[in-house]
Design a protein around this ligand. Sequence first.
Ligand code: CTP
Ligand code: CA
Length: 222
Amino acid sequence: IVAAFQPQVLAGRRVLLTAGPTYEPIDPVRGITNLSSGKMGYAIARAAREAGAEVTLVSGPTALACPTGVARIDVRSATQMLDAVMARVDASDVFIGVAAVADWRVVSAAKGKLKKEDGLPKLDLEPNPDILATVARHAQSSGHKPYCVGFAAESDNLDAHAEAKRLRKGVPLLAGNLGPQTFGQDDNELALYDDRGITRLPRADKLMLARLLIRAIAERLQ
Ligand code: CTP
Ligand code: CA
């Protein structure tokens, strides 16, 4: 019902987003992951749908229900997430990277369960691909489509870290928040970083912030 009253600022647009953590296996039962409930990404998927967009949500493991009218693709690892995203990127007008992608993965996960009595495992790590930066590079060579939006959760110096991250990733817009005190909570405080400078959004619940973010994105698409 509420959705029907949202201004249809993304009518006819296709929005692709990532949400939740990724999970990188060590063996069949253990893994490396990042802290993320997925709440912010799912709220943005819902807000984009309410605004009239066709929404595809590529999600790492979360305990959340898929928002009504949103197409969800479930993945586990960062490479699976990258593949799912790249398969759909050319059919998207907007890409929003909200996932907390694990920065490293184990080079070769054990096929069988490691046993404690065999001692401490020696884990060789390698970096995961940067999904947002990969999409942003792709967009730069495809007429700035999709329009790319990043997220950053920082523990301190939010403004400096967020703007540096935006430039490093090559995205026109980045939303920043302080963590970990906001993780898993329903409320958040977001600031938007782009060429215009810093736009501070009011402290609010994640759905309200998601709606404000969707409006800010729609304004910048015109
Ligand atoms: N991101 C991504 N792929 C990765 C790492 C991050 O797509 N392998 C995206 C996130 O979804 C987010 C943005 O990049 O939109 C910033 O993520 P963050 O973890 O803050 O940045 P990193 O570049 O990984 O830097 P660090 O963790 O060292 O702060
Ligand atoms: Ca990271």
